[in-house]
Each structure stands twice: as C-alpha cells, then as structure tokens.
Design a protein around this ligand. Sequence first.
Ligand code: DQA
Length: 158
Amino acid sequence: MKVTVIQGPNLNMLGVREQNIYGPMKLEDIHAQMRAFAEQNGIEIEFFQSNLEGEIVDKIQECLGDSDGIIINPAAFTHTSIAIRDAIAAVQIPTIEVHISNIYRREEFRHKSLIAPVCAGQISGFGPFGYHLAMVAIAQIFNEIKAIQEQQKQQNNA
Ligand code: DQA
C-alpha cells in the first residue's frame, strides 16, 4: 500500500515562517518521521511539495492507479481551491487533510475548508504531530481496505 504526502504553498518554509504559529520543525524533519512510521508499518511513501495550485492538482491526478491514500496539507489553498477539491473528488482515493495550526482558532477566513467535505477526515491544531496522527489514520484505512479485499477473495473462492 502506498501513501502520497502533498504539501501546499509556503510549507517549504517551515522552521523559518511564523514560528509562533507553526513551530521550529522543518518540513524535511517531519517527512523523516513519517518515513520512519511508514517503514515500520510496511507502507510505501512519497513526498511532494509545491507552491503552485495546478501542480498540486496534477499530483493528485497522478495518484490515480499509483497511490492508495493521500495525506494533504493544502495550506492557503484549503480556503480557496475548488480545483484541488475537485481533483480529490475525481480520484476517489481516501484522503486525510492536515493542518499544523488549529484553523478554527485563527482568522475567520481560515475557518472554512473547501477540501474537508471530500476527505475521510481532518486533523487540525496538533502541530507537526498531526502528520503522525494522519499516518496512524491512513494505516487504519489501509487495514480496513485489506480486510475487505480479503473477505471478497474468500467469497469468490467459496
Ligand atoms: C495551514 C493553515 C492555513 O490556513 C495556512 O494558510 C497555512 C498552513 C496549517 O498547516 O496550519 O499555510 O494549512
């Protein structure tokens, strides 16, 4: 099973940008922890970061037939991008939305996520640990998919 991790605009600046909100951890350190979890749990993992909306749409489309799950922090596009929402809806791959900060405690324009309604779930406000929680959630979803596939195999053999 494979998960693709998609990081939106300005997340390449983690560790530098607004440390009072996002903390000191760099994106590569977050990814190293996710990779370790993936290896321990037999999950293949790929990372992608872009500041461009169209590139994120392209990446989501590329997940079709390649990835079984998506973890995405769409960053500012969370609040604006119908295109990213439509791409997630189109590929129908279980997707988990992550935010480092609690978007509901911040400015009003951050309270609305256009992405959440097409996701399996949303994690918001736990800092970089939210990415670990998302890995636990995707591992659980993969286990459920595998159990259903196993059941179907047994029914076909019966
Ligand atoms: C963010 C929250 C967004 O509102 C913001 O634009 C970001 C980061 C977060 O992880 O808390 O860039 O997605």
